[in-house]
Design a protein around this ligand. Structure first.
Ligand SMILES: Cc1ncc(COP(=O)(O)O)c(C=O)c1O
Ligand SMILES: N[C@@H](CCOP(=O)(O)O)C(=O)O
Length: 399
């Protein structure tokens, strides 16, 4: 069994309550399990195919899930980049290999399944792109209408294309993501629509499986897990899951949770570096990594706790550093990711150059979304194709 618990004051709510914020203090809720009821062993889990649903005992869904085979993403050894940085144990978990091309699918298989379990039949979200693409995919699979609010002019083309093609009602707001989230929150609460942003505690349960898989694939707990941070749901979710595994005795250490943000949108980094009790909201976030162009991260409280309790760290990277790492991952490792995803590895490059890392560390960088999500940013960085006459001579002349 499980219940919902306020992450701030500990107030409890029944599992079927549709509530996003604590009625006592306004903070977010998390799913809390009776862990002593979970009797499955790691050996038994490992006999199942690797996917989000391998870990179903640690998830709240009790019906047949709405699934498209999410999770089970590859963990790649970053041999060349690791050599350059003096980090022989550097890995990338490629979440772009999920059905809609980002880690959000792990959350949406849970979120849309829970919508069904709770008897809700319309879903909505605000999005910098990936959440909307993923929600549209899973709502289509479930046969549910979906509504998406996007910050006008700031969402990568591939993501808008996905939301439209999978049948969401797509609305562009003349404002930023943070405002769109406030609006969709109000809409959902007042009109009984099921909200699938990361303030939904069930959605994040799916995302925590990134950490489970990283441990299973590496064969041990990494010393450090590095994530690009926007609304800060993913880093909080991975940490929560690994704490549960520690509490049931599956693992005995936790990785240093490491947050990387873009220089133009770095409230979590500022809070960690400034030793602040909470983040100071940034009114005008700006970065080429549009997925993490977020100034008011709603999960910041949990993320700060995750970083501090694991003696992790937070660092910012410039847009130029992000794009340089996007190109290096593509050209030296064969890994195609969108700019926000490259931020995690760019952050490791910066921390390594500052001498902040022990070379023996086993490091897993989560690369969160696929290269094709944002083709415009890719094309801008590359020389155009060479156009020639259709002759062998012309072909040879340009080789
Ligand atoms: C590709 C990508 N990377 C990273 C993030 C940041 O994740 P979070 O908002 O959970 O911090 C997002 C969305 O927020 C994203 O779409
Ligand atoms: N990058 C995200 C923005 C945050 O969404 P959340 O629902 O995870 O908080 C997106 O893809 O929209």
């Amino acid at each position: 069994m499980y219940r919902l618990v306020c992450v701030h004051c500990g107030a409890e709510y029944p599992p079927d309550a549709i509530v996003y914020n604590c009625e006592k203090c306004g903070h977010l809720l998390a799913v809390k399990y009776d862990l002593d009821e979970i009797t499955i062993t790691r050996k038994e889990l490992n006999q199942r195919p690797i996917s989000v649903w391998r870990y179903k005992e640690f998830l709240p869904v009790r019906i047949e899930p709405v699934t498209l085979q999410e999770g089970g993403t590859p963990l790649y050894h970053l041999k060349k980049i690791g050599e350059e940085l003096g980090l022989p144990n550097l890995y990338a978990k490629h979440e772009g290999m999920n059905p809609s091309g980002s880690f959000k699918d792990r959350g949406m298989t849970l979120g849309v399944s829970m919508a069904k379990q709770l008897g809700k039949n319309i879903v909505a979200c605000a999005s910098t792109g990936n959440t909307s693409a993923s929600m549209a995919v899973y709502a289509a699979k479930a046969g549910m209408p979906s509504v998406v609010l996007l910050p006008a002019g700031h969402v990568a083309l591939g993501k808008v294309a996905q939301a439209l093609m999978h049948g969401a009602k797509v609305i562009s707001i003349r404002g930023n993501f943070d405002r769109a989230l406030e609006m969709v929150h109000e809409l959902c609460v007042s009109h009984g629509i099921y909200l699938l942003n990361s303030i939904n505690p069930y959605r994040l349960e799916g995302q925590k499986t990134i950490g489970f898989e990283a441990v299973d694939q590496l064969g041990c707990v990494p010393d450090r897990i590095v994530l690009p941070v926007g609304n800060a749901g993913n880093i909080s979710a991975v940490y929560k899951g690994l704490c549960e595994w520690r509490d049931v005795g599956f693992i005995d250490t936790l990785p240093m949770m490491t947050a990387i943000q873009a220089e133009g949108a770095m409230p979590v980094v500022n809070a960690i570096k400034g030793n602040l009790p909470e983040v100071v909201v940034e009114q005008n976030p700006e970065t080429v990594a549009s997925a993490i162009r977020i100034g008011a991260p709603v999960n910041a409280e949990k993320a700060l706790r995750a970083i501090r309790e694991t003696k992790g760290t937070a660092e910012s990277v410039t847009d130029a550093e992000i794009l340089a790492m996007q190109r290096d991952l593509a050209r030296y490792e064969g890994i195609g990711v969108e700019p926000a995803s490259a931020a995690s590895v760019a952050g490791i490059r910066k921390l390594a150059e500052q001498g902040m890392l022990d070379p023996s560390e086993k490091i897993v960088c989560v690369v969160t979304g696929h290269l094709l999500k944002d083709p415009e940013t890719v094309i801008k960085q590359c020389a155009p194709p060479i156009e020639i006459d259709p002759t062998i001579e012309a072909l040879l002349s340009v080789l």
